[in-house]
Design a protein around this ligand. Structure first.
Ligand SMILES: Cc1cc2nc3c(=O)[nH]c(=O)nc-3n(C[C@H](O)[C@H](O)[C@H](O)COP(=O)(O)OP(=O)(O)OC[C@H]3O[C@@H](n4cnc5c(N)ncnc54)[C@H](O)[C@@H]3O)c2cc1C
Length: 304
């Protein structure tokens, strides 16, 4: 959507901000699928991001924000809206007492490591989640009994009107893999996590234990987007899929993991269409056998 106009604006006003035309999104998703984005932009600073957003808002150009692409399925025909990727440049973190403030593009697992170094406890659960701070807040990411909601104090957002505003955790309505940001279109710029003083060795031990659990149970040697579906109330997704005899089931290069049936993996040459067809097949089979509607956790963008 107007990539030349956007590129011209960046060339003139934001010299340190990189952008790429016709950028293959498979390079920016952990599924390693997805067609070309007309333009992918890596804002260099928060000020650059703010100027870019002002320009897009004024020009009425809709945009898409991504972090690490670890919860994304991008259509094979690519993305017409400008894609703004926050990982890489916007990743500064600062510690003050028991509070860590992190820019949205920092990896949440790096924030968890920083917390451990500072003997701060609370973020151990996030040590194996491969997304950014922005993506983790947007999804209220969680694992092994912990979730972002437990440790988040506030976020700085850029509103759809282009203004910077602070939102407290209670204003974000964080629930199981949901946040108000999924509805209001705010862009998360920074997050403040309030942790507690703990024992450095005990924090490291807990992180090691969770890493071992992940390695034992999840197909980490294949590209994926983690759990493909949300957990339906009263059920375990992996168990439903396994009991529907779909473990190992394949469409094209997409396969229900034979290690963990809640994951779809790219066995090497999957397209996003293979993955979406497999998602639909699983949903239909589970509905037919158990009358349970599986809802995707992975977010879809672009043209399929
Ligand atoms: C191997 C593996 C294991 C995983 N394990 C877990 C797990 O244990 N628990 C868990 O919860 N998830 C898990 N995930 C999924 C994923 O890592 C999380 O959902 C993560 O929080 C997504 O962050 P991201 O930066 O990759 O977001 P992306 O995938 O880039 O984006 C996800 C959504 O967030 C939005 N978004 C991203 N950044 C911003 C921002 N700054 N402002 C506004 N919106 C934004 C995007 O528009 C998109 O809709 C796993 C994934 C993989 C591949």
């Amino acid at each position: 959507m107007f990539p030349a106009k956007i590129a011209e604006f960046i060339d003139r006003n934001l010299p340190a901000t990189e952008y790429y035309l016709n950028e293959e999104m498979k390079k920016h998703t952990t599924f390693k699928t997805g067609g070309p984005a007309d333009i992918l932009i890596l804002p260099y600073t928060i000020s650059d991001l703010q100027k870019l957003m002002h320009f897009l808002v004024q020009a009425q150009i809709p945009y898409i924000i991504i972090g690490h692409g670890s919860n994304l399925l991008v259509g094979d025909k690519g993305v017409r809206e400008p894609v703004i990727k926050l990982e890489k440049n916007l990743s500064n973190c600062a510690v003050a007492g028991e509070v860590i403030e992190a820019e949205a593009g920092a990896l949440i697992m790096d924030v968890a490591k920083l917390a451990q170094k500072q003997a701060l406890t609370g973020l151990e659960f996030a040590c194996g989640i491969p997304g950014t701070v922005g993506g983790a807040v947007f999804m209220n990411a969680g694992a092994y009994g912990g979730e972002i909601k437990d440790v988040l104090e506030e976020v700085l957002v850029l509103t759809t009107g282009g203004n910077l505003q602070t939102r407290t955790v209670s204003e974000l309505n964080l629930g199981y893999r949901t946040s108000v940001i999924q509805k209001n279109g705010d862009l998360i710029v920074k997050a403040k996590f309030r942790l507690q003083k703990g024992d450095q060795a005990a924090i490291q031990n807990r992180m090691n234990e969770l890493t071992r659990k992940r390695e034992a149970n999840q197909p980490l040697n294949f590209p994926s987007a983690g759990s493909i579906f949300k957990r339906p109330a009263g059920h375990y997704t992996g168990q439903l899929i396994q009991e529907a005899s779909l473990k190992g089931y394949k469409i094209g290069g997409a396969q229900v993991s034979d290690k963990h049936a809640g994951f779809i993996v790219n066995t090497g040459n999957a397209t996003s269409s293979d993955i979406i067809n497999l998602i639909r097949h699983i949903q239909a089979e589970v509905k037919k056998r158990f009358h349970v509607q599986l809802e995707t956790e992975v977010r879809m963008i672009g043209e399929f």
